[in-house]
Write a protein that binds this ligand. Sequence first.
Ligand code: HEM
Length: 423
Amino acid sequence: VTLPPGPRAPGALQSLHYGLDPFGFFRRAQRRYGDVYTVRVTGQTWVVLAHPGLVKQAFARGPSEVDSGVANEPLKPLIGKRNVLLLDGEEHLRRRKLVLPPFHGDRMRAYGPIVAEAARRQLDAWPVGRPASVLAGMQAITLDVILRAVFGVEDAARLDRLRANVTSVQSWLTTLRAGLVFTYLGPDRLARMRTFRRHLDAVDEDVFAEIARRRADPDVASRSDVLSLLLQAAPLTDTELRDELVTLLVAGHETTAALLAWAVHELARDPGAQERLAAGEDGWVDAVLTETLRLHPPVPLVVRRLREPMRFDGFALPAGTTIAPCTTVVHRRDDVWEDASAFRPARFADGARPPAAAWFPFGGGVRRCIGAAFASFEARGVLTEMARRFAWRPAGEPRGWVGRRGIVLVPARGGRVVLEPRR
Ligand code: HEM
């Protein structure tokens, strides 16, 4: 099978380049090979789509034409197979309908107090006057929010336990050493490794206990956590519920922390933008978030596997090919964005919306991120509160490559800043 041409370096070298400098990797290939090219990284072959027109075509394809779950299957040891992220076809659509409602509108706004409290607790503890990692602080907030809003855990001791257990098991996806095991030995080997199993069993024990508690709760109808809503919406088994909850955790925790860390990292270099946040200027926080997601999309690309042969930009791709609409390159195209590599929230001031096919940090079509509104809602709350209380500056110039938590891109060294109380 001949796929579109792309970098000719061996897969191991391409993986290294992609791992260290994803923006440079995708952009250089785009300049050399055009808007459709093939890359080989971390054992996968992706046909990258680097033009908004092609992205639009890809997202228009429905579940009878493309799969998405199969392409994310390496996550199976952690989240199981039958959940909204890994299912495909009809079964996926049914499950998606079930999981969507808690993340919308009024339902979602019920989580406001949880967000405010998590932000307050973390900001109270934030070191003042000396450098600290933004990412670490934001991870603490987003984990708290998910454990309370999604799992519905309130008891402090149970929260502490679950927080610690989740952190251990997530390290298998996010630290470099564990990432290498995951990539080079493969998910099946990982699933059999004793330490991984032990960490996973500890989380499962907590989660199953939480499910049992909720099933026995006579007041479940008055609760607003996602677990309680799912329990009432459909007769799912404990294992199905567990897989769905852990999926939401894996999909939502690091991504939202990355968005917040990038926003704080950029704002550190723009005191004027911080002041407009602190003043609560109408629409400004949304402009900041939209621009952050453009310049620093936490997820570098989205994947679809073709169920049938398809043409993109003159290339005939066979069934089984994985195409990858690529945020990292499309979000910085200079024929779409003026001054594409600059952080300029003002481009989205006055409620201006980005063109959908050139801005897709949450993917698109029937697989678009379920937590998009929720993540934005949370980030809005946290950033506004932070700017009201503090002004911050960079702790030195950023050094080193972009950071990574598994596939998620984060600021180098967690984005270190120095906070001072705002007067
Ligand atoms: C800034 C934060 C976030 C980013 C950048 C992000 C990004 C993404 C992306 C790129 C996809 C793939 C979309 C596609 O294939 O077209 C996705 C899917 C998904 N996300 Fe998010 N996400 C974020 C937050 C969240 C949160 C907070 C949750 C839930 C608590 C969540 C749950 C999901 C789920 C369940 C899917 C799978 C949807 C499906 O396959 O039908 N995400 N997300």
